[in-house]
Design a protein around this ligand. Structure first.
Ligand SMILES: Nc1ncnc2c1ncn2[C@@H]1O[C@H](COP(=O)(O)OP(=O)(O)OP(=O)(O)O)[C@@H](O)[C@H]1O
Length: 246
């Protein structure tokens, strides 16, 4: 089912066009990787989808409510020395039906704990976020986005400054979540990400869309890590033979 339909979308900051005539359909079971060079317009597209920026030309049609779009921003500007626990971070994302001035209801806490459990961080609920690894901290932010039961989760560079093992763990988690949630990830970690993504949108002002359904048929890898040569070959951008040594 189509959740988000982007048609003929262009966007300018002042007079500089950063997105030009973007067309994209995002379906409920997608695991979409958004890749492209620095300054290509990836974050701008996410902000437009989230409604943080207002569309100028073109249209973004959402078949879901705004609170059904979960968001894990780039570089969550968290001072890791600030004495806040993982549970408190997740509670910040909770949209409770019963608004309270102080404190959280038992239901809020139970929901936040369920989100932490979903990302494998239940045992760390009372740990200060500054005492978590980068990968664990990112799981906590994913748990926060899960609080509103999203149908789509948008993640902007979720594995920046996380080591390769941590990156894989995050992507394994996203793969699991993708069984019930549409995942859209902006990333530069192309080779790791492409082992998990089902489709890829390359954005450099314009958007080029690739389905990765047949990627295994096109390439020959020794392990589950695609190098850039294999990637380009798989996407049909290169005639370089994939039989090569790393
Ligand atoms: N608020 C703004 N005002 C003016 N220009 C902006 C603003 N935000 C972004 N830009 C410019 O728009 C272009 C696209 O930026 P954007 O952040 O969307 O790219 P990106 O693909 O996400 O880049 P990166 O990979 O470096 O995060 C860049 O040239 C950037 O400098």
């Amino acid at each position: 089912m189509e959740l988000i339909t982007i048609s003929n979308l262009s966007y300018k900051y002042h007079k500089t066009e950063v997105l030009e005539n973007i067309n994209l359909k995002i379906n409920n079971d997608d695991f979409l990787a958004i890749i492209g060079p620095n300054g290509g317009g990836k974050s701008t597209l996410l902000k437009l989808i989230l409604g943080l920026l207002t569309t100028q030309d073109g249209n973004i049609e959402k078949k879901i409510k705004n609170n059904q779009v979960g968001y894990v921003p780039q570089n969550t500007n968290l001072n890791i020395d600030f004495p806040i626990t993982a549970l408190e971070i997740v509670l910040m994302g909770h949209i409770s039906s019963k608004k309270r001035l102080f404190g959280y209801s038992k239901e809020d806490i139970a929901c936040a704990m369920a989100s932490l459990k979903q990302v494998g961080m239940k045992e760390f609920a009372n740990r200060k976020v500054g005492d978590l690894s980068g990968g664990q901290r990112q799981r906590v932010f994913i748990a926060r986005a899960l609080c509103s039961n999203p149908k789509v989760m948008l993640l902007d560079e979720p594995t920046a400054s996380i080591d390769v093992k941590g990156q894989r763990e995050i992507y394994e988690l996203l793969k699991e979540l993708n069984k019930s949630i549409c995942i859209v990830v902006v990333s530069h970690d192309i080779s790791v990400l492409l082992n998990y993504a089902k489709n890829v949108a390359h954005i450099n002002k314009n958007l080029v869309y690739h389905s990765l359904e047949n990627i295994e048929k096109n390439i020959n890898t020794q392990n589950d890590h695609l190098c850039e040569v294999e990637l380009l070959s798989a996407l049909g951008k290169s005639h370089v033979c994939c039989d090569h040594t790393h």
